[in-house]
Write a protein that binds this ligand. Structure first.
Ligand code: ASP
Length: 362
């Protein structure tokens, strides 16, 4: 059966497509939660030439990705935790995804979660940009039901592949009532991270995802979630952002600061139509004077400026000369997450004070 077909069979059964499915569901006692897996591609869906091909695999080797049907079939254990269906929403490496894919994914996730017969969603995703998609969804999903992003660092054919257990744990987490209202989560390597905190820290290691600020939300032990924390930043049903009517997001670019760097890339971003710039400064958001001049020139043209840090941890204090200049502090957001929050913030306001409020609340 092709992936579309299994998705349609399930969606019909749970009443998302209307018709007889809903009536049928009322006559059955649901013994298990219903979890929908949205598959987007990535290493978890990749194949290598042999079991030791752990970094060189997939399309670059002429090996087509596996579909959601094969991902699900590889781990029959997941049926212990939930009734499963899969839907192949994309099938690409996560570095190839775009904003249009985000909007499609967010709208589909909201549509699925709106069904009273769905208990949670798992999204399989490449790990390279997984934290970005997780944070975007954390701000725009309109449900307290669990949404869990999962990937793998080793291809499905690799020795000690991490995908199968990661997928089982992600489904077990999405099926668990204890995972409600925790915001969008990332479940990898038996650690539950919040979309706000988690970041990829290693190019290839299976323990790549870390929550450097904010800490882990919990752990998966024998496929049972053990939570130790709760996210306090605004997310999902507590968020003011809504992409349901949007076809695109404002362009926001990141400038990476180094010793001796200048403002040429900021000027280019403004010329390319950026409505916001995130400056990844050094240390506590510092930058060369020429960079400051380019940011001020951008601001005078109506471009919103967020000052952040290229360090991977810590708060940028929202006071001092940058604040006096009308720049917005990124607070604890990495540059890539500050970009997402600024894109969404700009759908509501361009007032620096309002944007600062947003950066402090999310
Ligand atoms: N290249 C992969 C991606 O799609 C890496 C991974 O999934 O681990 O992001």
């Amino acid at each position: 059966m092709n992936p579309k077909k299994i998705a349609l069979t399930f969606l019909s059964a749970i009443g998302l497509l209307g018709g007889a499915g809903q009536a049928g569901a009322q006559t059955q006692t649901p013994a298990k939660p219903n979890v929908v897996i949205l598959a987007t591609g990535g290493t978890i869906a990749s194949r290598g030439a042999d079991s030791l091909a752990l970094t060189d695999y997939g399309l670059s080797k002429g090996l087509k990705p596996v579909g959601v049907e094969a991902l699900v079939a590889a781990v029959p254990e997941i049926e212990k935790f939930a009734n499963i269906t899969g839907e192949q929403i994309f099938n690409v490496g996560s570095s190839k995804l775009g904003i249009d894919n985000w909007l499609t994914l967010a709208k589909r996730t909201n549509e699925i979660l709106a069904s009273k017969n769905v208990d949670g969603v798992v999204i399989t995703h490449g790990t390279d940009t997984l934290e970005e998609t997780a944070y975007f969804l954390n701000l725009v999903v309109k449900s307290a039901k669990p949404v869990v992003l999962v990937g793998s660092m080793r291809p499905s054919t690799g020795m000690s592949a991490d995908g199968p257990l990661n997928l089982v744990n992600a489904v077990a987490l999405a099926a668990s009532p204890s995972a409600r209202d925790k915001g969008v989560m990332v479940s990898m390597n038996e650690v539950i991270g919040s979309a706000f905190s988690v970041t990829k820290t290693n190019t290839t290691n299976v323990a790549t995802f870390k929550s450097l600020d904010g800490g882990d939300l919990g752990y998966m032990q024998n496929s049972t979630p053990f939570f130790v924390a709760q996210p306090l930043k605004r997310h999902t049903v507590h968020s003011e952002f809504d992409v349901s009517g949007l076809q695109k997001l404002p362009r926001v670019d990141i400038n990476y600061t180094t010793l001796g760097s200048d403002g040429v890339l900021i000027d280019a971003a403004v010329a390319a139509g950026a409505r916001g710039i995130v400056n990844a400064g050094v240390g506590h958001a510092n930058m060369p004077e020429v960079t400051m001049q380019s940011l001020k020139a951008a601001q005078q043209k109506g471009v919103a400026v967020v000052v952040g840090s290229r360090t991977v941890s810590g708060i940028v204090t929202p006071t001092g000369p940058f604040t006096e200049a009308g720049f917005v502090s990124s607070m604890m957001h990495t540059a890539q997450k500050a970009r997402i929050l600024l894109m969404l913030g700009l759908t509501r306001t361009s007032d620096p004070k309002e944007l600062q409020r947003i950066f402090e609340q999310y």
